[in-house]
Design a protein around this ligand. Structure first.
Ligand SMILES: NC(=O)c1ccc[n+]([C@@H]2O[C@H](COP(=O)([O-])OP(=O)(O)OC[C@H]3O[C@@H](n4cnc5c(N)ncnc54)[C@H](O)[C@@H]3O)[C@@H](O)[C@H]2O)c1
Ligand SMILES: [Zn+2]
Length: 282
């Protein structure tokens, strides 16, 4: 992730809300308008996430670099730069549930499952996971979910209310990006609960909430980018937790030789692989 370093957010340590975040990470160009890649004299789009790294060596923005210990397998660490730090950070940095809180995660992809591991790690008493994919629900159970719900079966908020004795959950996280799911997450909250949104939807997407009666519930909606992480601080912490066996995000990763990139995409789309990683022979 590349950030400018001098806008109000960056200077406040909240670089994931950098005023130039979109251009620097998704604009296909460096901040001066140039590209770091070319092919036979033709300019090629670059700087995706401040890097663009489908190569043996990558020309990246200095602010997008996070040092990691040499001993840790490098092919495992790529996912920490986006999805994994987003899910874990949404719990550890943003929502900060106290030990004993209840937490519901909607969507058990890489982002949601990282949130499940983090909620388990910080001592949530109930970690309820909602997804449509039974394999992903089963993986979530192996890494900290106390209860799982198949979203295709019935009224999800009602089932969460049942599981929590009618209270609802203290925290919910939408890691799907579907407006209907965000609404379900909000409807599953306990009094004064907080729902975080990390799932990304296309620009212009709207979600509707009941605001007549639910004002009395004092709930909060928080939009979250990259788990509010300062990558140079948070990624080494996640690596340390992984090394100690307390954050087993390697369970989500499956590696593919670079030539099998289409299979990796297909497996991500069908949900077979949670986090595909492409490995290039040096
Ligand atoms: N906010 C950020 O900074 C940030 C960072 C990384 C990723 N994202 C976004 O987070 C989302 C999740 O990313 P991912 O890599 O885990 O994706 P993913 O596609 O692997 O996971 C999404 C999961 O949601 C599940 N799902 C779909 N519809 C559902 C429903 N109706 N009810 C319950 N579950 C449902 C899918 O089965 C899937 O397992 C994406 O939208 C991604 O773009 C946001
Ligand atoms: Zn900035």
């Amino acid at each position: 992730m590349n950030t400018c370093g001098w806008c109000r957010s960056c200077l406040s340590g909240a670089g994931t809300y950098c005023s130039d975040l979109y251009a620097r990470n998704f604009g296909g160009r460096r901040p001066d308008g140039s590209s770091s890649l070319s092919l036979s004299g033709e300019t090629v789009s670059s700087a995706f996430f401040g890097q663009s790294s489908f190569s043996t060596y990558a020309n990246v923005a200095e602010r997008a670099v996070a040092p990691v210990p040499k001993a840790v397998p490098l092919e495992l660490l790529g996912p920490l730069g986006c999805g994994i730090q987003t899910g874990a950070g949404a719990v550890i940095n943003t929502l900060r549930p106290a030990a004993g809180s209840s937490f519901a995660v909607f969507g058990a992809g890489a982002v949601g499952t990282a949130a499940v591991m983090a909620a388990h790690l910080v001592g949530c008493s109930r970690v309820i996971v909602v997804d449509l994919n039974p394999d992903r629900l089963s993986l979530a159970q192996q890494v900290g979910a106390t209860d799982v719900i198949d979203a295709s079966q019935g009224d999800v908020p009602a089932r969460i209310m049942d599981l929590t004795g009618g209270l609802g959950v203290d925290f919910a996280l939408d890691a799907t990006g579907a407006p209907t799911v965000l609404r379900q997450a909000a409807d599953s909250l306990a009094l004064r609960g907080v729902v975080g949104l990390v799932g990304a939807a296309p620009p212009g997407t709207e979600t509707s909430f009941e605001t007549g009666l639910s004002i009395t519930r004092g709930w909060t909606l928080r939009m979250i980018i990259e788990g509010d992480s300062v990558p140079q601080v948070f990624i080494p912490q996640l690596v340390e937790l992984w090394s100690a066996g307390r954050f087993p995000f390697d369970r989500l990763v499956r590696t593919y030789p670079f030539e099998d990139i289409n299979a990796a995409f297909a497996d991500a789309e069908t949900g077979k692989t949670v986090k595909p990683v492409l490995v290039m022979e040096q």
